[in-house]
Design a binder for this molecule. Structure first.
Ligand SMILES: Cc1ncc(COP(=O)(O)O)c(C=O)c1O
Length: 374
């Protein structure tokens, strides 16, 4: 195999300050999505140990449509449908795969997907696979969504409209205007696809997410990922029974893929119980947010954080990575986020608040940031 064109492209990335490499985790956790500190939870771990002891296999052995369907998958899906108050749920290996499956499968030829301009890369990849056309609305701008729908109809578009947003944006920490988008969807008989990756567990009653209350609606499909606040892995697509049945029959990323481990279904099931009972953890995370407002946002002139995700936009790729490296050297695991994950010119430190830290960690990070970023 020749090293070209790979070597020269990697060199070009390095020159632009965009070369990535894997590094071991170390330092205080301001980078993970383990918001409620459940990734190492003893009760979830015990549920898996118990399942191993009673003979639940590690491997599923095949696609869910063949031999891979285990009672643990079905048990989790029944529990998730009940918990999120929706007709049905489908467990898939991760949120990336879920977004591929959703967008590649549900919108039909002639439909229009109107997605928020800052929607996650996995949704973008799903849109690329879709038979429907897609357009991007200005971030969180309901009028922009409305204008794009109006333009589609004015040009003779007859298909269904799909509105796709994250309920809480992974790199910006702000929330979608769900009430207004729901009204817009109702007005246009549109479907809403709500990615709750960062909302599940943290917001809503019992951690049901920011879309709690919308989940049961006939025109809403929700994606609750299990790898973030739920501390495990996988994703639950929730929606009307007919939509879930259609995905089982038509979603290639679901059909042509080995089912997730039944043990992970057991873990995700235990995680639902854990987040439901985690009011105390959600309160502690809210307190940590106040600490961050005081120690990080105030002194740096940033608005008070609306969520557990705080973006500190430094714009320049190289400056951002240098700041992240300096923080890592000082024992704070803060990661720099560059294009294409975020738009060009908006490179940032993504500060993630998790219960793996306490107030003193947040104050210490604030101290370092004040010295570093002036
Ligand atoms: C908004 C959003 N959707 C989907 C995903 C993908 O989920 P998973 O990590 O389970 O593949 C992520 C993960 O980064 C995300 O932030």
């Amino acid at each position: 195999m020749t090293a070209e064109p790979f070597r020269s492209q990697l060199a070009a990335l390095e020159q632009r300050g965009r070369l990535r490499s894997l590094m071991p985790r170390s330092g205080r956790d301001f980078a993970s999505n383990d918001y409620l500190g459940l990734a190492g939870d003893a009760i979830i771990a015990q549920s898996v140990a118990d399942a191993v002891a009673r003979g639940v296999p590690v491997g599923s052995g095949g696609s869910r449509l063949l031999r891979g369907n285990a009672p643990e998958h079905e048990g989790l899906e029944a529990k998730a449908a009940d918990f999120f108050k929706t007709q049905a749920a489908l467990f898939v290996a991760n949120g990336y795969l879920a977004n591929l499956a959703l967008f590649a499968t549900l919108p039909q030829r002639g439909d229009l997907i109107v997605a928020d301009g800052l929607i996650h890369a996995s949704a973008h990849d799903g849109l690329r696979l879709s038979k429907a056309a897609s357009v991007f609305a200005a971030h969180n701008d309901v009028q922009s969504f409305a204008d794009l729908i109006a333009a589609f109809r004015a040009e003779g578009g007859k298909g269904r409209v799909w509105i796709a947003v994250e309920t809480l944006y992974s790199m910006d920490g702000d929330m979608a205007p769900l009430a207004d988008l729901t009204k817009l969807a109702a007005k246009h008989d549109a479907m809403l696809v709500l990615d709750e990756a960062h909302g599940t567990g943290v917001f809503g009653p019992g951690g049901r997410g920011l879309s709690s209350g919308l989940d049961g609606l006939h025109n809403v499909v929700t994606l609750h990922t299990c790898g973030k606040a739920m501390g495990t892995e996988g994703a639950l697509i929730c929606g009307p029974r007919v939509i879930i049945d259609y995905l089982i029959n038509r979603a290639r990323p679901f059909i042509y893929s080995t089912a997730p481990s039944p043990l992970m279904a057991v873990a995700a099931s235990a995680a639902i119980d854990r987040i439901e009972a985690a009011d105390n953890r959600r309160d502690r995370l809210a307190t940590l947010r106040q600490d961050a407002a005081e120690a990080i946002c105030g002194p740096l002139g940033l608005p008070a954080p609306r969520s557990q995700i705080i973006p500190l936009i430094l714009k320049d790729d190289v400056r951002t990575m240098a700041a992240a490296a300096a923080l890592q050297k000082a024992g704070f695991d803060v990661r720099g986020i560059r294009p294409p994950t975020v738009p060009a010119g908006t490179s940032r430190l993504r500060i993630s608040l998790t219960l793996n830290n306490g107030r003193s960690d947040v104050l210490a990070l604030g101290d370092h940031l004040r010295r570093l970023v002036r």
